[in-house]
Design a protein around this ligand. Structure first.
Ligand SMILES: Nc1nc2c(c(=O)[nH]1)N[C@H]1C(S)=C(S)[C@@H](COP(=O)(O)O)O[C@H]1N2
Ligand SMILES: [Mo]
Length: 300
């Protein structure tokens, strides 16, 4: 499903919802034959039946627009997402301001259906469109000595009513180790369900790291910095005891205030059973090697 982005072709043209639905049926059929359809370990099993558009776009966390699950869908229309550019700086060969247009014309968009697991112990399955973060970082030219990647979300208080409250120290900041950032499962998403990313889901460009808790998947990114030091991250700064830098999904390491052993699948209905959470959110085979020899309870 790899697809070359051109400026006269919108993502909706590339993957209209009807075609997407057909693809879902095809995937369901392949699942029946026991075939894996996705690179990167995402198998077409029952657990990967995507959530609905309404679930993904109305049950959100985007604290810049309020802390309620419905606040982002109610308020994120206030955010201007065009024009948009991303500042890429630090240990790169070509630092500068990259416009969304320049980025999209250079990147190959593809579809990735990923499990998404929030640290609050709920989960969804989301069909993203986007490109590998590695491609963007390689475009900027990662210099020797870079060990981490830091990200920042737009901070525009006039369009973000939630930033009037110091729930966290704005702007929202996240970070990855360089090998995590360069991993082929790590994408920058530009769309969901074959449509451009709605503002509440982090338009026009948001990180998706499927083996980590959802808060690592920072939305509406305006700045990417390559650095040699572990960067400060918003949730870790807010409460280091509860939110570690790594935040890999790990059913064996509980949050100090709740168990991470199971999760509630959004849309499962009021009486749905919780489902067991998976090590690295089901991507263990692909990513565990990056953490070999690390004490995952200590580096949580
Ligand atoms: N800038 C920013 N990014 C953010 C958040 C946020 O509040 N602000 N919330 C995070 C959390 S806790 C989760 S679970 C996911 C939710 O993504 P979704 O609403 O698209 O499902 O976004 C993450 N990225
Ligand atoms: Mo989250």
């Amino acid at each position: 499903m790899a697809h070359r982005w051109t400026n006269d072709l919108t993502l909706a043209d590339a993957t209209p919802e009807a075609a997407f639905m057909n693809r879902r049926q095809i995937m369901a059929g392949m699942a029946g034959m026991g075939l894996a359809t996705m690179a990167g370990g995402a198998q077409a099993d029952e657990g990967l039946t995507p959530n609905t558009w309404d679930e993904v776009t109305s049950y959100c966390n985007f604290y810049e627009f309020g802390t309620g699950k419905g606040d982002p869908s109610a308020n994120a229309h206030l955010m201007t997402t065009s024009p948009w550019s991303v500042e890429i700086d630090g240990l790169v060969d070509k630092p500068g301001s990259y416009s969304m247009k320049d980025i999209l014309s250079a990147m190959t968009l593809e579809e990735r259906i990923y499990r998404f697991r929030c640290v609050e112990a709920w989960s969804m399955v989301i069909p993203w469109q986007g490109f590998e973060l590695a491609d963007l970082l390689n475009m900027a030219g990662v210099q020797e000595g870079a060990k981490y990647v830091a990200f920042e979300t737009l901070l525009r208080p006039s369009e973000m009513p939630g930033t009037a409250y110091r729930v966290i120290d704005w702007p929202y900041r996240e970070g990855l180790r360089l090998d995590e950032a360069m991993h082929p499962l790590t994408i920058m998403a530009t769309g969901i369900f074959g449509k451009p990313l709605p503002n509440q889901n982090g338009a026009p460009l948001r990180l998706v790291v499927p083996w980590k808790y959802g808060f690592k998947s920072i939305k509406s990114v305006v700045k990417i910095t390559l650095t040699d030091k572990e960067p400060p991250t918003s949730w870790n700064m807010a409460n280091a005891r509860e939110y570690g830098f790594y935040s890999n999904v790990n059913p064996q390491v509980d949050h100090p205030r709740w168990s991470q052993a199971s999760e509630k699948r959004i849309g499962g209905g009021l009486f749905a059973k919780r489902q067991p959470s998976l090590m690295f959110n089901g991507y263990e085979e692909e990513v565990a090697g990056m953490y070999e020899g690390m004490n995952l309870a200590k580096h949580f």
